[in-house]
Design a protein around this ligand. Sequence first.
Ligand SMILES: O=c1ccn([C@H]2C[C@H](O)[C@@H](CO)O2)c(=O)[nH]1
Ligand SMILES: [Zn+2]
Length: 132
Amino acid sequence: MEKLVKAALKARENAYVPYSGFKVGAAVQGKSGQVYTGCNIENASYGLSNCAERTAIFKAISEGEEKLTAIAVVADTPGPVSPCGACRQVMAEFGIGQIILVNLKGEQQTVSMAELLPFSFAKEDFLRDGDK
Ligand SMILES: O=c1ccn([C@H]2C[C@H](O)[C@@H](CO)O2)c(=O)[nH]1
Ligand SMILES: [Zn+2]
């Protein structure tokens, strides 16, 4: 989805990365069709840094989206960028179908959630039948 890749590239420009210098951009599409973008936002207390993917996803959910259909992630990596484990788990929560991984050379790879995070932990693993 070229629209999502373009939005992610633009969001990458807003990355706040005084510590790593590594800019990442993301754009996620909600079931409504609306697109939400995000960049990574670092902190002097390094562990509080937030990845671009989670910035975009949390923006979408906080605006009322309940399901997300696709996400594009862009960074200046040798091959298509590989999202961190924390972001993979957050993506899995909202059933993202298509994960489009891109680098600045335009190399692109689209993967499914099951490919990106096999054997993931989900609510079905701990909620009782009546609560699902
Ligand atoms: O998929 C990724 C990988 C890394 N980062 C961020 C976290 C940190 O700010 C910087 C270096 O790890 O890149 C992302 O936003 N997304
Ligand atoms: Zn991450």
